[in-house]
Design a protein around this ligand. Structure first.
Ligand SMILES: [Ca+2]
Length: 575
């Protein structure tokens, strides 16, 4: 007995109490949500909350919205905004715009739908694409969630130059979630006569980042967190991507299209197929089945070497091989982006057959040129001080020049900096503080599911894997008791590619949070011909239209056992 009570004191005296969960505690089981029915939609127009304006509250009839060919049920749409203000920087009006959709028949659950991209747009609060997966068969409204969606503090017209306003930066980074959530829960209480029994946050890409940040900053507010393709280190990812433009430029064959370089000519689809074939030759069978999917990503790291295994051109490039310089460029682009002193600014990427997809090229090539993507994100939103020439907001030739001349030290270093009125660095406002120390979330019984495509070209699955490994280390090898990480072979950024990319991770999360059913696997399907959620045009010939695979919690891998090779039940999740 003495020893039992002495141990925590001893650990504490050595400073170990700061580590994650001890070895003998049991996590609390949260109670399941209970349904309720909305009392009166129209009266919600009179809802009162600090610094909140309700513009409208109106009933949306069943069938007005639909998803996967199914009508969405009757719900109440509440539109409003919070924290209206005039910026001292640009004199513009800012507010955190939102909409809430409250189903008539409510499950008792609240969902914060975290949106993607650079926000600035109140996406329909149906809990659809934000949840992740390609083509959901049921969205959040159909599942009975009361859902909020927001623009995260700026309008689409204020994209991307909202980044010059320090408060708009913070709202985009994290404070919009922190500001809206208490209001949304109060509105739910007014609508249904009780606050949400259980609360969730889910998002994809930047929305996945919002969810990861919430797990760290707002762990008391959410019982379940779903992050798909999360940009955990989004500013670093954008810098890493831009730092590779110079490399691509050395092997670009089409110098100018519509006044801009065609970076995809550095590695067009035919040559990406050569790379994918070389990867599959070495790695496809390592999971027990040659099926066009590399499940055993770790074994593939050992088995595949780009310089050795990608066919080299004897003469000129002809689409069946890569030049020696191309191979060197690929090896560099897939390696961690490093500054001049050798520090990794961003993770590397695993080699995976999904490199063939169109979306891979979008992120690696064209989004480095676009006025809405990497250059303006880094230049206006993440750099302190921001880039002073505002021309990149509208002039693609300027974004292209910024990308081609981007210096990972002098330009990239500004994401770590503060300057004048920009008192928080992008690393501070965009990334989760203490990302692996999720004691608050864990100890209250909340759960977390993270899903990432192995061929995501902008946010690396390896970055998310490194986060999960850090989480597990901090939580003494017991992270899987409250957080699980699923890799999706072949899938690109959020969806698509030669992959089984249709799955319902949100229902898996709810079952874990409310019933204690930890997800030992999540079944994912290919979206072949006839899929009502939307057909994936990039599925290889030879796959069954309904091919299914288990997504396995890291570090487990879907390994073929026996039986029909097109169905998930023929696979086991194993180390
Ligand atoms: Ca395989």
């Amino acid at each position: 007995m003495t020893a039992k009570f002495f141990l925590p004191i001893l650990l504490s005296s050595f400073g170990l109490a700061a580590c994650g969960g001890s070895d003998n505690d049991t996590l609390p089981q949260l109670a399941a949500a209970q349904p309720a029915t909305i009392a009166n939609c129209a009266t919600l127009s009179g809802f009162s909350f600090a610094r909140t304006t309700i513009a409208s509250a109106s009933v949306v009839a069943a069938g007005t919205l639909s998803n996967a060919g199914q009508p969405v049920g009757e719900h109440c749409l509440v539109v409003g905004r919070m924290n209206e203000r005039i910026s001292a920087v640009d004199g513009q009006n800012y507010a955190i715009g939102f909409q809430m959709r409250l189903p008539k028949d409510w499950s008792g659950r609240f969902l914060y739908q975290a949106n993607g991209g650079t926000d600035g747009n109140v996406a329909v609060a149906d809990g659809g694409s934000a949840i992740g997966s390609g083509g959901l068969l049921r969205n959040g409204l159909q599942m009975g969630f009361a859902i909020i969606s927001s623009d995260a503090g700026h309008s689409s017209a204020q994209n991307p130059l909202f980044g010059l306003d320090p408060q708009a930066r913070l709202d985009y980074g994290y404070t919009a979630v922190g500001t809206l959530t208490p209001m949304a829960k109060a509105l739910v209480k007014e609508a249904y006569g009780k606050a949400p029994d259980r609360s969730y946050i889910a998002g994809t890409s930047n929305g996945g980042r919002h969810a990861m940040v919430a797990a760290s900053r707002y762990a008391d507010a959410f019982d379940g967190v779903l992050a798909t393709s999360p940009g955990i280190n989004l500013p670093r990812a954008a810098v890493g991507n831009l730092s590779n433009v110079k490399r691509w430029a050395t092997v670009t064959t089409i110098r100018v299209v519509n006044g801009l370089p065609d970076y995809e000519s550095a590695l067009p689809k035919a040559e990406r197929e050569v790379v994918a074939s070389a990867i599959l030759d070495k790695c496809d069978a390592l999971d027990g089945l040659k099926d066009g999917l590399v499940q055993d990503i770790e074994a593939c790291r050992e088995a595949f070497a780009p310089l050795r295994d990608i066919p080299a051109c004897a003469g000129a490039r002809d689409g069946s091989c890569l030049s020696a310089t191309q191979k060197t460029v690929i090896a560099a682009v897939f390696s961690p982006a490093r500054n001049r002193v050798g520090d990794a600014i961003y993770s590397g990427f695993p080699f995976d057959a999904g490199i063939v997809q169109t979306d891979w090229a979008e992120w690696k090539f064209r989004n480095s040129l676009r006025t809405a993507r990497n250059p303006v994100c880094v230049g206006y939103m993440f750099s302190s001080p921001p880039v002073s020439d505002l021309g990149m907001a509208t002039d693609t030739s300027k974004t292209a020049a910024f990308a081609l001349n981007f210096d990972i030290d002098t330009d990239g270093g500004k994401i770590f900096a503060t300057s004048g009125i920009y008192t928080e660095s992008a690393i501070s406002f965009m990334t989760p503080p203490n990302a692996t120390k999720l004691d608050t979330l864990r100890n209250r019984g909340a759960k977390m599911v993270v899903v990432h495509g192995a061929s995501d070209a902008i946010f690396s699955v390896d970055d998310t894997q490194a986060w999960y490994q850090g989480l597990d280390t901090y939580h003494r090898g017991r992270a899987s008791e409250f957080a699980r990480f699923f890799r999706v072979p072949g899938m690109g950024h959020s969806r698509g590619g030669p992959a089984t990319d249709q799955y319902d991770a949100l229902s898996a999360l709810v079952a874990w949070v409310e019933q204690g059913k930890a997800p030992e696997r999540i079944v994912a399907s290919a979206r072949g011909a006839g899929n009502v959620g939307g057909v994936n045009s990039e599925l290889p010939a030879g796959w069954s239209a309904q091919r299914s695979r288990p997504l396995c919690p890291y570090p487990q891998v879907a390994r073929y056992q026996s039986g029909d090779s097109e169905v998930a039940s023929s696979f086991a999740c194993r180390p």
